[in-house]
Ligand binder design. Structure first.
Ligand SMILES: C[S@@+](CC[C@H](N)C(=O)[O-])C[C@H]1O[C@@H](n2cnc3c(N)ncnc32)[C@H](O)[C@@H]1O
Length: 246
C-alpha cells in the first residue's frame, strides 16, 4: 500500500516510521510511505504556502493553489476508490477502526496535513474524505497522519506477519480485547488465571470471550449496542448487568 503525505514539515516524519511494524512493512515492500513537501509546489522566492484569511481574522491559512497542484502532480489522474485524498481536520468524521478497515482496502492514500488556522475552504471541495482523530485541536495534521498510517498499516495483509494477529484486537469484533498475561505465573501475589495455564483451548477461548465482554461492559458499554453477540454471550451480558445492578 502506498501512503503519500503532504506537509510543510517533512522532517517531522523522519523518526516515527523507522521502528516496529511500520518499518518492517516498508522493509518487506508491503508499505511505501512517501513524504512530500508542500513548498515544492510554490513559485515564489519565499516558497509561500499560507496567507491571511479574508474577513480579517487572526492567524494564517494554508493556500489552496499549492495543495491542488501537489495532488494533481502526484496523481495526474485520480482513480477513486483505490486512490483517496484525505484531509486531516478536527472537523472531519471521527477516525475509528471501521474507517481504518475501509482505508486499508485502498491501494493508495494521500494525506493532506493542515497547519496554522487550517486550510482554505476550497480544499474541502477537492478531497475525498475529511478525518479527525478526536475532539481536540492539534497544531497540525502531521500527528493525525501518523495515527492514520499506523492504524491502517497494521491491516495491510502481511504487515503483521500473521493473518490472525488483528482478529482478537480491541474493536475488531466490536469489543475490547480480553486481558493478556505472560510469565511469571505469579508476581507479588498477583496470579495469572488458572484457566490460561490449563491447556484447555476451548475453556481458554470461552474465558477470553467472556472477559472481552466484561471489559467492554465495564469500560466501553457504548460499543455493546453494535457488537455481534450469540445467545450465550447475550446471556453472559445479562448476568453481568444483573450483578452490577444487584
Ligand atoms: C490548529 S489546527 C486548525 C483548527 C481549525 N482552526 C478549527 O478550528 O477547526 C491546524 C491543523 O491541524 C490539524 N488538526 C487539528 N486537530 C485535528 C484533529 N483532531 N484531527 C485531525 N487533524 C487535526 C488539521 O489539519 C488542521 O488544519
Amino acid at each position: 500500500m502506498i501512503f503519500h503525505v503532504l506537509t510543510i514539515f517533512p522532517e517531522f516524519f523522519e523518526g516515527p516510521f523507522a521502528h516496529g511494524v511500520v518499518k518492517r512493512g516498508q522493509d518487506a515492500g508491503l508499505l511505501d510511505i512517501r513524504i512530500h513537501n508542500l513548498r515544492d509546489w510554490t513559485h515564489d522566492r519565499h516558497r509561500t504556502v499560507d496567507d491571511r484569511p479574508f474577513g480579517g481574522e487572526e492567524g494564517m491559512v494554508l493556500k489552496c493553489e499549492p495543495i491542488f497542484a501537489a495532488v494533481e502532480s502526484i496523481w495526474p489522474e485520480r482513480h477513486p476508490p483505490g486512490q483517496k485524498v484525505v484531509l486531516l481536520s478536527a472537523q472531519g468524521r471521527l477516525f475509528d477502526q471501521s474507517v481504518a478497515n475501509r482505508l486499508a482496502e485502498c491501494g493508495e492514500l494521500l494525506l493532506v496535513c493542515g497547519r496554522y488556522e487550517g486550510v482554505d475552504e476550497r480544499v474541502r471541495e477537492f478531497v475525498d474524505e475529511e478525518l479527525s482523530i478526536g475532539d481536540y485541536i492539534l497544531s497540525g495534521g502531521e500527528v493525525a497522519a501518523l495515527v492514520v498510517i499506523d492504524a491502517v498499516s497494521r491491516l495491510v495483509p502481511g504487515v503483521l506477519g500473521c493473518a490472525t494477529s488483528t482478529a482478537d484486537e480491541s474493536f475488531s469484533h466490536g469489543l475490547l480485547e480480553y486481558p493478556q498475561y505472560t510469565r511469571p505465573p505469579e508476581f507479588r501475589g498477583l496470579c495469572v488465571p488458572e484457566v490460561l495455564r490449563s491447556g484447555d483451548h476451548q475453556a481458554i477461548a470461552r474465558w477470553r470471550r467472556q472477559e472481552a465482554l466484561r471489559r467492554t461492559y465495564e469500560r466501553r458499554p457504548d460499543l455493546l449496542a453494535l457488537a455481534p453477540l450469540n445467545d450465550e454471550e447475550r446471556a453472559f451480558l445479562a448476568t453481568l448487568r444483573r450483578s452490577s445492578h444487584g
